[in-house]
Design a protein around this ligand. Structure first.
Ligand SMILES: [Fe+2]
Length: 275
């Protein structure tokens, strides 16, 4: 295998293996994977930042800081819970199958291929678990809004009884599109699926339930559908006056799309090239 053919994953595994060997460790493959997951990835993220061009680097810095903010927020929440990521009780993600069955079904692959919230963060998708029963007084939500400048807030109820032209709207939400700003949704009741494209254009289905809050970065292709429970009440947040305009795919020429690719997709190419 030539140097240019080494994948980012192989590079990480080789480097961590070498590190463990230098320490004289007899650790097996499992410990290498653990080391990659818990120790090496943050360094890799910093290193990737330096390989980006100036504008992309700035976008990346913002996203990296955002992820640091998510991490610190949840590390405070998880003290005393054996580091269990409680977000996973209200937000789960998995790769979708290619079936044309009802969009409201889970569409798991066979076998199931779950996606970690860390992997979502690498795509720029941020997530939190919040207290949906007390959103009006929740200090956690307040902290996020202040840190990220989310000055605007409203709610949308999506269900057949409350949404005019329900069937038509549900179809339009499911059209693949992007926005020129973040899409921020906090599920305070019900549940729904936010599908996002990964770096290789595969669909990842993100199931958000009561208490789950996600941020889709500007420029990511995505879509939304209810699940078979047919109900979600979501808080919508925004920086300043809201702009909800969807740009259906393809809209690759938009600056927001180019900046997204520079910050979250081409960084993977940079790792492969460096290998
Ligand atoms: Fe959207």
């Amino acid at each position: 295998m030539g140097l240019m053919e080494i994948s980012a994953k192989d590079l990480r595994r080789r480097t961590v293996r070498r590190f463990l060997e230098d320490l004289g460790s007899k650790s097996g493959v499992e410990n290498i994977e653990t080391a990659i997951k818990h120790m090496y990835a943050p360094d890799l993220k910093i290193w990737i930042g330096y390989t980006c061009r100036s504008r992309g680097f700035l976008v990346f810095q913002r996203s990296f800081k955002a992820q640091q903010f998510v991490s610190s927020f949840h590390s405070n929440q998880f003290m005393g819970s054996a580091c269990k990521d409680e977000r996973e009780e209200v937000i789960q993600a998995w790769y979708m199958d290619d079936s044309n069955e009802d969009q409201r079904l889970p569409h798991h692959r066979e076998p199931k291929e779950f996606v970690s919230l860390d992997k979502l963060a690498e795509l720029g998708v941020l997530s939190w678990r919040l207290d949906a029963d007390n959103y009006e007084t929740d200090e956690g939500l307040k902290k996020i809004r202040e840190a990220r400048g989310y000055s605007y807030m409203d709610f949308c109820d999506i269900c057949p009884e409350k949404l005019p032209n329900y069937e038509e709207k549900i179809k339009s939400f499911f059209e693949e599109h992007l926005h020129t700003d973040e899409e921020i949704r906090y599920c305070v009741a019900g549940s729904g699926y936010f599908d996002v494209r990964d770096a290789k254009d595969g669909w990842i289905r993100v199931w958000v339930k009561k208490g789950g809050m996600i941020v889709l970065p500007a420029g990511i292709y995505h879509r939304f559908t209810l699940d078979t429970d047919n109900y979600i009440k979501a808080m919508r947040l925004f920086v300043g006056d809201p702009i909800w305009t969807p740009f259906n795919r393809p809209h690759d020429h938009l600056p927001a799309r180019k900046e997204y690719l520079e910050a979250f997709v081409e960084k993977g190419d940079a790792v492969d090239a460096a290998a």
